[in-house]
Design a protein around this ligand. Structure first.
Ligand SMILES: *Cc1c(COP(=O)(O)O)cnc(C)c1O
Length: 224
């Protein structure tokens, strides 16, 4: 089942788009199934759950953290996390930098933007990001690499709303690239699009999509 779903999904993706298989709430056995089908990149939204799965599963898996991350949980994922998609404060970046230092490594991060009209979605706005990037504290971080931006569209059937929000994120990316990262080739990622809206995200410039239920089936917990 998973093998087939993955194969069908991958057929539709342009080669430059990276697929993050979102395995949150799913058992390690199902992740292993996707691994055996060739998938190496997985996304989780709870630090301890990700830590446990990392310990159980093959070590060439790329673990992407995609959920709201509390500062006191960074330590669980800092030794191995491949990319944190959901950085939404200077305080969190500071903690990631500290933990990265302790582990003697760089940690790649994306800045999460608030593009949806919903109040419930986390993320920064343009003013906050500019302040963050211009702060002395940010300049002092040596163990963090900002690789791009991430966003979640409003949960709606209205395709035009979704497209507009993804387009906003692409504009934000272009502006930041121009203003702060023109000499930084590693600033290149736009993480947007989930099971319901990834085709639109790809049309609007996504370089990474985060797809869960389409691969692993529906989750019981709709909050996840
Ligand atoms: C759960 C989740 C996804 C995947 O959602 P699906 O609808 O199952 O594809 C993508 N991004 C984030 C941030 C998520 O929390």
């Amino acid at each position: 089942m998973i093998h087939e779903r993955l194969a069908n999904l991958k057929k539709t993706l342009p080669p430059q788009v990276k697929l993050i298989a979102v395995s949150k709430t799913k058992p390690a056995t199902l992740i292993q199934e996707a691994y055996d089908a060739g998938q190496r990149v997985f996304g989780e939204n709870k630090a301890q759950e990700m830590q446990q799965k990392h310990a159980l599963l093959p070590h060439d898996i790329e673990w992407h953290f995609i959920g709201h991350l509390q500062t006191n949980k960074v330590k669980y994922i800092a030794p191995f996390v491949h990319l944190i998609h959901s950085v939404d404060s200077l305080k969190l970046l500071n903690e990631i930098n500290r933990e990265a230092q302790k582990n003697n490594r760089m940690i790649d991060c994306l800045l999460q933007f608030h593009i949806a009209t919903e109040e419930t979605k986390f993320g920064l706005d343009m003013e906050e990001v500019k302040q963050l990037l211009q702060s002395d504290e940010f300049q002092s971080f040596e163990n963090i690499r900002i690789c791009g931006v991430m966003g979640m569209a409003t949960f709606t059937d209205n395709e035009e709303t979704i497209r507009k929000e993804f387009r906003t994120l692409k504009h934000v990316f272009d502006l930041l690239k121009q203003t702060f990262f023109s000499g930084t080739p590693s600033f290149k990622e736009i993480s947007m699009g989930m099971s319901s809206d990834f085709p639109i995200a790809i049309e609007e410039g996504a370089t990474m999509i985060r797809v869960g239920s389409l691969i692993f089936g529906a989750r019981n917990d709709s909050k996840h």
